[in-house]
Design a protein around this ligand. Structure first.
Ligand SMILES: [Zn+2]
Length: 529
């Protein structure tokens, strides 16, 4: 998610699910014709046709060696639809490399994310692998165009350990009540001659290791992909990867678990420096085709070119992808178990990197709420959000972070919310006005120095406000005490965060709150065995 997402993106809520209709069936046919895919029957179980209870087949995870080889199976597929309908069609399946993920924690018991990959052994029906995630398509479903019924296609990838025998590969999605619905099922035979087994090597790709903790099979392997760096900027890429590796280990819990990580920069040089800025009519030819203005939001930065992203990342064993964008403008985005992005040279580079990584790696939710006034629908009322750091406080006696509460703290915890709101809403209004002015200058072709002055003025005010917020929050009588503070997840009321401040709440060089830190630690530890 991104701090700057438009109201229109968020107000529709992400969980609307209805049975697929004629449109979807015709789309399925259309896609199968376009891609030349021979659609098997019955390959596709559409949303709403099946509601599968979240069964765990066995208490223990399966033994890796009984079901999997030490290889990665990459399953690419298309995710198609609008706000109410969606289908999935298979693209290509690849087999390569080693399996970089855990061999012990094959079943995802964290249960984060809007979607879940589940893999069943075909012979026994046993669940042998699962993984929660979010996707760009899932974000698109919350946008204005999707609500108007305009279908779009996104390319996605599921990485699973390569099975020894045929498996049932399925995708499930949550409905508004957080129940899981199966939306896709396909048999995958690891001996299928259609599986692509090419070498992944691209001789132009540069690999730069900046931190080695050990065997990738037992570590968190972070691939930092460079975007918008030209061949002449390879040294800058190297310096930037080293710089962000240092920044990463300045934060907890990463510092304490430093030996649990491998960090590697992977660069396919771009033809041009920088990336697309559609609102300024700037377009660059780059390796990953990342762009500002994702989903119409000026500072939301994503790529839809998943195939290039996966082809480049495949040069190393990886668990999680970070896209480092060679740019000085403020921008970023983070989608759980998908990827995150950040710009390398903005004044808030450190904040964006650590904040967005919290989303993409650990499934943390946004704790802020003042950036828009229309976010109440994002998390349906009366439903507990799945994110570990946000609660609807439906049962105050059973708070999800009750083990970390400050002794004797009042729940919900009173804080200086009225004064904070007054200060921050005023800035959000001013911020929007200044952004609109800058966009207008760019559109009207104003001189570069005039645009630069306006941007510098904005950056200065943004920094000043951030410092003011820091002073306000650190001065709170509840600062650093874990409680349940109203205002979180884009909602001023009805949702609660664990502490007054956190890097998931406000901008700046600040730690994760204790609950976020604990949640990140849990995820890291799942990769270490
Ligand atoms: Zn937090």
């Amino acid at each position: 998610m991104n701090r700057d997402m438009d109201e229109s993106i968020l107000k529709h809520g992400p969980w609307t699910v209805k049975p697929a209709g004629k449109l979807v069936q015709s789309l399925e046919l259309q896609i199968s014709i376009e891609r030349g895919i021979n659609m098997p029957r019955p390959p596709m179980l559409l949303i709403g046709l099946l509601c599968v209870p979240f069964l765990l087949w066995c208490k223990n995870d399966p033994a890796y060696e009984n079901y999997f080889d030490d290889k990665t199976l990459r399953i690419d597929y298309f995710h198609i639809g609008d706000s109410e309908r969606e289908i999935v069609t298979l693209d290509q399946v690849y087999s390569y490399g080693i399996w970089a993920g855990s061999r012990i924690h094959l079943i995802d018991r964290l249960d984060y994310g809007r979607y879940t990959i589940r893999v069943f052994d075909q012979e026994t029906g046993r669940l042998i692998f699962s993984r929660g995630f979010d996707s760009y398509f899932g974000e698109y479903q919350t946008s204005g165009p999707a609500a108007e019924g305009i279908p779009r296609t996104f390319h996605e990838t599921a990485l699973i350990p390569c099975p020894k025998k045929p498996v049932e590969f399925t995708l499930h999605k949550r409905d508004r009540q957080n129940r899981r619905l199966e939306i896709f099922r396909r048999t995958i035979d690891p001996d299928d001659i259609g599986i692509i087994r090419d070498s992944v090597l691209d001789s132009s790709v540069q690999i730069i290791k900046t931190h080695t903790g050990g065997d990738p099979r037992h570590k968190v392997d972070i691939a930092i992909l460079g975007e918008g760096y030209t061949r002449e900027e390879i040294d800058k890429f190297r310096r930037d990867v080293e710089r962000f590796t240092r920044i990463f280990f300045q934060y907890q819990p990463y510092a304490s678990l430093k030996n649990g990580f491998n960090i590697t920069g992977v660069l396919k040089p771009s033809e041009e420096s920088g990336i697309d800025e559609p609102r300024a009519a700037v377009f660059k030819r780059t390796a990953l085709n990342a762009s500002f203005n994702a989903l119409g939001s000026e500072r939301y930065l994503l790529t839809e070119d998943n195939r290039s992203l996966r082809d480049i990342a495949a040069h190393i064993p990886y668990d999680t992808v970070v896209i480092m964008v060679n740019h000085r403008r403020y921008g970023g985005g983070g989608i759980y178990n998908f990827y995150c992005t950040f710009t390398s040279d903005t004044q808030f580079h450190e904040y964006i990197f650590i904040h967005e990584f919290g989303h993409s790696f650990a499934g943390l939710g946004d704790e802020y709420y003042t950036s828009s006034v229309a976010y109440n629908d994002f998390y349906p009322q009366g439903i507990e959000p799945v994110e570990p750091n946000i609660t609807a406080l439906l049962d105050p006696a059973d708070l999800k972070w009750k083990d970390l509460l400050a002794p004797g703290i009042e729940i919900p915890t009173p804080w200086e919310k009225a004064a904070y709101d007054e200060m921050d809403y005023a800035w959000q209004k001013r911020r929007r006005e200044m952004n609109d002015q800058i966009a207008e200058l760019k559109r009207s072709g104003a001189p570069a120095d005039e645009i630069q002055r306006a941007e510098q003025e904005y950056e200065r005010k943004d920094r000043e406000h951030s410092q003011k917020v820091d002073a306000f929050l650190t001065g709170s009588r509840y600062f650093s005490r874990v409680g349940a503070y109203e205002g979180a997840g884009y909602a001023s009321q009805g949702l609660y965060r664990p502490m007054v401040d956190c890097i998931m709440f406000s901008k700046g060089s600040k730690p994760y709150c204790k609950v976020c830190e604990a949640a990140v630690t849990t995820v890291i530890r799942r990769y270490l065995k």
